[in-house]
Design a protein around this ligand. Structure first.
Ligand code: CA
Length: 411
């Protein structure tokens, strides 16, 4: 159950992280929920004292507890400000990719791949996750360790927990952070990361750290802040635990033959190959494996066959844009070509209100059962495809203003 917990936690944090490509854990281009109206710079000491019995009951010593909270008296106003910030509209995937998979990042990642070749080979051998995927996560999460975050984790988590943000989630993460300090993996002053508590070069929340972090360089500490070997192995360990299938990639950039039948969008890779789908890098598709066609900019734009491993990537950070960035960066690091097909015009894209209206309309037609949250993801894509097939439209699963107008015209 620890895996599922880590997954859930990661998903929740994803929902908090605002758009922005460069920052740690910045995979997410989804709006944050407005936070509670906590006064800035609240006194944290009563909260900390109330936490003490729970921490001690979990094996945290008085000395560790005192060291962890030394100098922590007031809430971090920057952290609170981030929770209150209204989300921007989700950034279109093509804009996100420009930043996340820049030429500079590809070059840098390839240099790191050469420099860390023996470590990466050992990580690959132990966890069954390809080096390019591990490097891509490292690149997107922290720009290969350069942007690991500078916010002290204990104070950030105490601030979020004291404010009651997301129920007890951050209180539980704070207790997990104290457990890490008790084990001595990192000194309190070194435990840093993002405003939302994601730590170090891999941006793990403390609970994910406890479940998945690895001491790969053998110095006795699981150091995702200072050790590149530990960071890389921890990423691979997490993906392995989430069920990464070493026989498949995350997905494959492909070209579709003319008049491809979009209604049969989920099939075995061998079936797609038989129907004329080809990888853009010229390599053959694997002989078998579940896959579905992903057209993140609609038909005519870049096309991908995504495998079950795509869901593993999304479990690390639940966003299609994030997962596609990791996958495409991995392909580019491995020497694959840039995306060739053009992206559609940004005007052909629904904003959050439009997506919510579409979700509501599809729900009225019993095609969509999720929340009207304005987020484009697998559930909405599936519902859009069902509507498109029902109406004889190209079944690309892509939500556009034209599709919303079509739906309104039918209601
Ligand atoms: Ca270590």
């Amino acid at each position: 159950m620890r895996i599922r917990t880590g997954r859930l936690v990661r998903i929740l944090v994803s929902a908090l992280v605002l758009a922005g490509v460069a920052g740690p854990g910045a995979g997410l281009a989804q709006p944050a929920q407005p936070g509670p109206k906590a006064p800035a710079a609240a006194n944290l000491r009563p909260f900390i004292e109330a936490l003490r019995p729970d921490a001690l009951a979990r094996g945290v010593s008085e000395a560790t507890f005192a060291a962890a909270f030394a100098g922590v008296t007031k809430a971090d106003p920057d952290v609170l400000a981030r929770t209150r910030r209204q989300g921007e509209f989700a950034r279109p995937v093509w804009e996100y990719l420009v930043g996340a998979v820049s030429g500079a990042r590809v070059a840098r990642g390839q240099a790191e791949a050469a420099r860390l070749a023996s470590t990466l080979a050992a990580v690959e051998a132990r966890f069954g996750v390809p080096r390019w995927i591990v490097l891509a996560f490292w690149g997107v999460e922290s720009d290969f360790g350069v942007s690991a975050g500078t916010v002290p984790t204990v104070r950030a988590l105490a601030t979020l927990a004291q404010a009651g943000f997301r129920g007890t989630l951050f209180r539980d993460e704070l207790l997990a952070a104290l457990a890490i300090l008790e084990r001595g993996d990192i000194a309190p002053a070194g435990m840093k990361g993002s405003w939302a508590g994601a730590m170090g070069q891999v941006q793990f929340l403390p609970s994910s750290f406890l479940a998945h972090a690895v001491d790969f360089d053998g110095d006795g500490h699981r150091d995702i802040w200072g050790s590149q070997a530990d960071a890389l192995a921890s990423i691979a360990s997490y993906l392995n635990a989430l069920g990464w299938n070493p026989a498949l990639s995350w997905g494959y950039a492909v070209t579709l033959p003319p008049d491809f039948d979009l209604t049969a969008y989920r099939a075995d890779l061998s079936d797609f190959a038989r129907r004329g789908v080809r990888r853009t890098d010229g390599a053959p598709l694997p002989a078998s494996g579940n896959a579905s066609l992903f057209l993140p900019g609609g038909h005519g734009g870049p096309a991908f066959l995504i495998t079950d491993n795509f869901e593993v990537v999304r479990a690390y950070n639940t966003s299609d844009s994030y997962a596609l960035a990791v996958g495409h960066l991995a392909d580019r690091l491995a020497g694959g070509p840039p995306l060739a097909a053009p992206w559609p015009n940004a005007a052909a894209r629904l904003d959050k209100a439009g997506l919510q209206a579409l979700q509501a309309g599809l729900a009225d037609r019993k095609l969509y059962a999720g929340e009207a949250d304005g987020r484009a993801g697998p559930k909405l894509r599936e519902a859009v495809r069902r509507y498109q097939i029902e109406q004889g439209l190209p079944a690309d699963g892509y939500a556009t203003p034209a599709l919303l107008a079509h739906l309104k015209g039918r209601s």
